[in-house]
Design a protein around this ligand. Structure first.
Ligand code: DC
Length: 230
């Protein structure tokens, strides 16, 4: 059967990656979490003092982009790929609230977006890919056969994220996480370069009151319907 490209976009902490990962596994497709790429660049920027603290130096970050090597390496035990920054696994480090605080700022930078979008387009050349992010259906794969735009209320999303961070042992408050979710919604949707937008031909998917099983089943059905028509 002909393989397709699946673009899943939406607000932060809507659970895009959980569903996208499952979908890719069942279809035998490659899964790419583009948020992880923006997070890895942010980690690099924080480690080098280009963002964070009292000052920022965006020109220095842009000048150092060539020193950033991003790769995804498949982890057989987990069944999906993990993010590597300059040959080091950074999966854990990129999911902290510290990185979440600065990632929208870094994702606004035109040169950062160019570098990452180029890489993403190359990864999708062979089709058979599920990619999630903010601009996949609008910029990276405007011709994707299936586009889904995920939303959920800010408090539901903040609560899910808060529980995830607590499970990982981070000391955070619900209010702090809610503030971060609102802040990122705001920057992600108002930035100048490829802001978060629902593509005209994307299916809107509000999962505020849906469990994981139902979300997966619906998404799987969307995919099967499109694949059958190929
Ligand atoms: O999906 P996530 O929450 O891990 O993404 C982290 C941040 O990266 C998000 O706040 C916005 C940015 N991002 C983006 O601008 N474009 C993408 N395709 C993916 C993520």
């Amino acid at each position: 059967m002909k393989k397709i490209t699946i673009a899943i976009d939406g607000y932060s902490s809507t659970g895009k990656s959980t569903i996208a990962k499952q979908l890719a596994m069942v279809l035998g497709y490659v899964y790419v979490d583009t948020g992880a790429m923006y997070r890895a660049v942010t980690l690099f920027a924080l480690r080098n003092g280009f963002v964070g603290g009292m000052s920022e130096n965006i020109p220095a970050l842009v000048g150092s982009l060539h020193k950033i090597e991003l790769t995804f390496t498949y982890n057989e035990d987990l069944g999906y790929s993990e993010m590597y920054l300059n040959a080091k696994n950074v999966e854990k480090e990129i999911r902290t609230l510290e990185v979440s605080k600065y990632v929208s700022r870094v994702a606004e930078i035109k040169e950062v977006r160019h570098k990452l979008v180029d890489m993403q387009k190359k990864m999708g050349k062979g089709k058979g890919i599920v990619m999630d992010g903010r601009d996949i259906g609008t910029v990276v794969f405007p011709d994707a056969e299936l586009k889904v735009f995920m939303t959920a209320s800010p408090d539901k999303r903040a609560y899910r994220r808060y529980k995830e961070l607590l499970d990982k042992g981070e000391k955070v408050t619900y209010e702090e996480v809610l503030e971060n979710v609102r802040y990122r919604d705001d920057i992600d949707s108002s930035r100048e370069f490829s802001p978060l937008r629902k593509a005209k031909d994307a299916i809107g998917f509000d999962n505020s009151d849906m469990g994981l099983k139902e979300q997966f089943e619906r998404m799987h059905n969307f995919a099967l319907r499109v694949i059958e028509k190929q």
